[in-house]
Design a protein around this ligand. Sequence first.
Ligand code: DX5
Ligand code: ZN
Length: 218
Amino acid sequence: MNNILIAPSLLAADFANLQRDIEMVNASDADWFHIDVMDGHFVPNISFGMPVIEAINRHAKKPLDVHLMIEKPERYLAEFKKLGAANITVHYEACTHLHRTLQQIKDLGCLAGVVLNPATPVSVLEEILPDCEMVLLMSVNPGYGGQKFIESTYDKVRKLRTMIQEKGLNTLIEIDGGVNQETGQKLVDAGADILIAGSYVFGAKDPIETIANLKKIK
Ligand code: DX5
Ligand code: ZN
Protein backbone atom coordinates (compact mmCIF):
# COMPACT_ATOMS: atom_id res chain seq x y z
CA MET A 1 0.00 0.00 0.00
CA ASN A 2 1.65 3.27 -0.91
CA ASN A 3 -1.10 5.86 -0.70
CA ILE A 4 -1.72 6.17 3.01
CA LEU A 5 -4.77 8.20 4.01
CA ILE A 6 -4.57 10.72 6.86
CA ALA A 7 -7.59 11.63 8.97
CA PRO A 8 -7.05 14.41 11.55
CA SER A 9 -9.37 13.98 14.54
CA LEU A 10 -11.31 17.17 15.28
CA LEU A 11 -11.62 16.04 18.90
CA ALA A 12 -8.27 17.76 19.41
CA ALA A 13 -9.26 20.95 17.55
CA ASP A 14 -9.94 24.23 19.32
CA PHE A 15 -13.75 24.22 19.52
CA ALA A 16 -13.77 27.99 19.97
CA ASN A 17 -11.94 28.25 16.64
CA LEU A 18 -13.46 25.30 14.88
CA GLN A 19 -13.89 26.99 11.51
CA ARG A 20 -10.22 28.06 11.54
CA ASP A 21 -9.13 24.48 12.32
CA ILE A 22 -11.44 23.04 9.65
CA GLU A 23 -9.98 25.44 7.06
CA MET A 24 -6.50 24.30 8.11
CA VAL A 25 -7.45 20.68 7.37
CA ASN A 26 -9.08 21.77 4.08
CA ALA A 27 -5.81 23.41 3.05
CA SER A 28 -3.64 20.47 4.15
CA ASP A 29 -2.70 17.11 2.61
CA ALA A 30 -5.26 15.36 4.88
CA ASP A 31 -7.78 13.06 3.24
CA TRP A 32 -10.69 12.86 5.71
CA PHE A 33 -12.05 14.63 8.76
CA HIS A 34 -12.26 12.16 11.66
CA ILE A 35 -15.32 12.91 13.81
CA ASP A 36 -15.53 11.31 17.28
CA VAL A 37 -19.04 10.94 18.68
CA MET A 38 -19.22 9.85 22.35
CA ASP A 39 -22.34 9.25 24.41
CA GLY A 40 -21.14 9.02 28.03
CA HIS A 41 -22.35 5.39 28.13
CA PHE A 42 -20.30 3.32 25.72
CA VAL A 43 -17.32 5.48 26.70
CA PRO A 44 -17.10 7.59 29.86
CA ASN A 45 -16.71 10.85 27.96
CA ILE A 46 -19.20 12.99 25.99
CA SER A 47 -17.79 14.81 22.96
CA PHE A 48 -20.25 16.61 20.65
CA GLY A 49 -23.44 15.86 18.80
CA MET A 50 -25.59 16.64 15.81
CA PRO A 51 -25.56 20.48 15.69
CA VAL A 52 -21.76 20.53 15.84
CA ILE A 53 -21.43 17.94 13.07
CA GLU A 54 -23.88 19.91 10.96
CA ALA A 55 -21.69 23.00 11.45
CA ILE A 56 -18.50 21.05 10.64
CA ASN A 57 -20.06 19.75 7.45
CA ARG A 58 -20.87 23.29 6.31
CA HIS A 59 -17.15 24.10 6.14
CA ALA A 60 -15.41 20.76 5.59
CA LYS A 61 -14.29 20.15 2.00
CA LYS A 62 -13.20 16.55 2.62
CA PRO A 63 -15.21 13.44 3.54
CA LEU A 64 -16.39 13.04 7.14
CA ASP A 65 -15.21 9.81 8.77
CA VAL A 66 -17.67 9.40 11.63
CA HIS A 67 -16.55 7.18 14.53
CA LEU A 68 -19.54 6.31 16.70
CA MET A 69 -18.56 5.54 20.29
CA ILE A 70 -22.18 5.15 21.26
CA GLU A 71 -24.46 2.34 22.36
CA LYS A 72 -27.01 1.07 19.83
CA PRO A 73 -25.61 3.19 16.98
CA GLU A 74 -28.26 1.78 14.62
CA ARG A 75 -30.71 4.32 16.08
CA TYR A 76 -28.87 7.26 14.53
CA LEU A 77 -27.34 6.05 11.24
CA ALA A 78 -29.76 7.86 8.93
CA GLU A 79 -29.31 11.07 10.88
CA PHE A 80 -25.52 10.94 10.63
CA LYS A 81 -25.80 10.33 6.91
CA LYS A 82 -28.04 13.41 6.65
CA LEU A 83 -25.45 15.43 8.58
CA GLY A 84 -22.83 14.60 5.96
CA ALA A 85 -21.15 11.35 7.05
CA ALA A 86 -19.26 9.66 4.19
CA ASN A 87 -17.98 6.81 6.37
CA ILE A 88 -19.63 5.43 9.48
CA THR A 89 -17.74 3.14 11.85
CA VAL A 90 -19.50 1.33 14.70
CA HIS A 91 -17.98 -0.59 17.58
CA TYR A 92 -18.17 -4.38 17.55
CA GLU A 93 -18.70 -4.10 21.32
CA ALA A 94 -21.75 -1.82 20.91
CA CYS A 95 -23.71 -3.73 18.25
CA THR A 96 -25.88 -6.76 18.99
CA HIS A 97 -26.80 -7.22 15.32
CA LEU A 98 -23.60 -6.08 13.68
CA HIS A 99 -24.33 -7.63 10.29
CA ARG A 100 -27.64 -5.78 10.01
CA THR A 101 -26.07 -2.51 11.17
CA LEU A 102 -23.32 -2.73 8.52
CA GLN A 103 -25.97 -3.43 5.89
CA GLN A 104 -27.92 -0.35 7.00
CA ILE A 105 -24.79 1.83 6.71
CA LYS A 106 -24.17 0.56 3.16
CA ASP A 107 -27.83 1.02 2.20
CA LEU A 108 -27.46 4.68 3.19
CA GLY A 109 -24.59 4.96 0.70
CA CYS A 110 -21.86 5.28 3.34
CA LEU A 111 -18.64 3.32 3.67
CA ALA A 112 -19.21 0.81 6.48
CA GLY A 113 -16.59 0.03 9.11
CA VAL A 114 -16.25 -1.92 12.35
CA VAL A 115 -14.15 -0.70 15.27
CA LEU A 116 -12.41 -3.01 17.75
CA ASN A 117 -11.37 -1.93 21.25
CA PRO A 118 -7.79 -2.80 22.27
CA ALA A 119 -8.99 -5.86 24.25
CA THR A 120 -11.10 -7.28 21.42
CA PRO A 121 -9.17 -9.77 19.24
CA VAL A 122 -9.34 -9.58 15.45
CA SER A 123 -10.55 -13.21 15.46
CA VAL A 124 -14.09 -11.94 16.23
CA LEU A 125 -14.12 -10.64 12.63
CA GLU A 126 -13.80 -14.14 11.13
CA GLU A 127 -17.41 -14.25 9.82
CA ILE A 128 -18.12 -10.55 9.35
CA LEU A 129 -14.92 -9.44 7.60
CA PRO A 130 -16.32 -9.81 4.05
CA ASP A 131 -19.07 -7.34 5.04
CA CYS A 132 -16.64 -4.72 6.40
CA GLU A 133 -15.32 -2.14 3.95
CA MET A 134 -13.03 -0.90 6.71
CA VAL A 135 -11.82 -2.09 10.12
CA LEU A 136 -10.72 0.50 12.66
CA LEU A 137 -8.35 -0.84 15.32
CA MET A 138 -8.25 1.27 18.47
CA SER A 139 -4.67 1.73 19.64
CA VAL A 140 -5.87 3.40 22.86
CA ASN A 141 -9.01 2.81 24.91
CA PRO A 142 -11.71 4.95 23.28
CA GLY A 143 -12.99 8.03 25.04
CA TYR A 144 -10.12 10.50 25.16
CA GLY A 145 -7.46 12.07 22.97
CA GLY A 146 -3.81 12.30 23.92
CA GLN A 147 -3.40 8.81 25.42
CA LYS A 148 -0.39 6.55 25.18
CA PHE A 149 -0.21 4.23 22.16
CA ILE A 150 -0.71 0.53 23.01
CA GLU A 151 2.28 -1.36 21.54
CA SER A 152 0.44 -4.66 20.95
CA THR A 153 -1.46 -2.90 18.16
CA TYR A 154 1.34 -3.63 15.65
CA ASP A 155 0.79 -7.37 16.00
CA LYS A 156 -2.92 -6.90 15.73
CA VAL A 157 -2.51 -4.97 12.46
CA ARG A 158 -0.30 -7.76 11.07
CA LYS A 159 -2.87 -10.40 12.04
CA LEU A 160 -5.71 -8.44 10.46
CA ARG A 161 -3.66 -7.82 7.28
CA THR A 162 -3.07 -11.58 7.01
CA MET A 163 -6.78 -12.35 7.52
CA ILE A 164 -7.73 -9.83 4.80
CA GLN A 165 -5.18 -11.30 2.40
CA GLU A 166 -6.17 -14.91 3.10
CA LYS A 167 -9.79 -14.08 2.36
CA GLY A 168 -8.85 -12.16 -0.81
CA LEU A 169 -10.57 -8.98 0.43
CA ASN A 170 -9.66 -5.33 0.08
CA THR A 171 -10.89 -4.17 3.47
CA LEU A 172 -9.13 -1.00 4.63
CA ILE A 173 -7.29 -0.93 7.97
CA GLU A 174 -7.63 2.30 9.94
CA ILE A 175 -5.85 3.05 13.24
CA ASP A 176 -6.94 5.46 15.97
CA GLY A 177 -5.08 6.64 19.06
CA GLY A 178 -1.56 7.79 19.87
CA VAL A 179 -0.56 8.10 16.23
CA ASN A 180 2.52 10.21 15.54
CA GLN A 181 5.29 10.11 12.91
CA GLU A 182 7.05 7.18 14.61
CA THR A 183 4.05 4.99 15.53
CA GLY A 184 2.49 5.91 12.17
CA GLN A 185 5.49 4.57 10.25
CA LYS A 186 5.45 1.30 12.21
CA LEU A 187 1.71 0.95 11.70
CA VAL A 188 2.07 1.37 7.96
CA ASP A 189 4.94 -1.16 7.97
CA ALA A 190 2.55 -3.56 9.75
CA GLY A 191 -0.14 -3.04 7.10
CA ALA A 192 -2.26 0.01 8.03
CA ASP A 193 -3.98 2.05 5.28
CA ILE A 194 -5.42 5.00 7.20
CA LEU A 195 -3.96 6.92 10.14
CA ILE A 196 -6.10 9.04 12.45
CA ALA A 197 -4.24 11.66 14.46
CA GLY A 198 -5.66 14.12 16.98
CA SER A 199 -3.32 15.68 19.52
CA TYR A 200 -0.23 15.06 17.37
CA VAL A 201 -1.68 17.23 14.59
CA PHE A 202 -3.56 19.93 16.52
CA GLY A 203 -0.93 20.20 19.24
CA ALA A 204 1.85 20.73 16.67
CA LYS A 205 3.49 24.11 16.04
CA ASP A 206 2.80 23.63 12.35
CA PRO A 207 -0.20 21.30 11.84
CA ILE A 208 -0.06 21.62 8.02
CA GLU A 209 3.55 20.44 7.97
CA THR A 210 2.78 17.70 10.50
CA ILE A 211 0.00 16.37 8.25
CA ALA A 212 2.29 16.62 5.19
CA ASN A 213 4.93 14.53 6.98
CA LEU A 214 2.37 11.88 8.00
CA LYS A 215 1.17 11.80 4.40
CA LYS A 216 4.76 11.03 3.25
CA ILE A 217 4.83 7.74 5.20
CA LYS A 218 5.25 4.82 2.80
C1 DX5 B 1 -10.38 8.44 21.03
C2 DX5 B 1 -10.77 8.93 19.65
C3 DX5 B 1 -9.63 9.34 18.83
C4 DX5 B 1 -8.83 10.50 19.39
C5 DX5 B 1 -7.39 10.23 19.05
O1 DX5 B 1 -11.46 7.80 21.62
O2 DX5 B 1 -11.44 7.88 18.95
O3 DX5 B 1 -10.02 9.61 17.48
O4 DX5 B 1 -9.19 11.75 18.88
O5 DX5 B 1 -6.61 11.17 19.69
P1 DX5 B 1 -5.02 11.07 19.69
O6 DX5 B 1 -4.58 11.07 18.27
O7 DX5 B 1 -4.65 12.33 20.44
O8 DX5 B 1 -4.65 9.84 20.43
ZN1 ZN C 1 -11.83 8.18 16.76
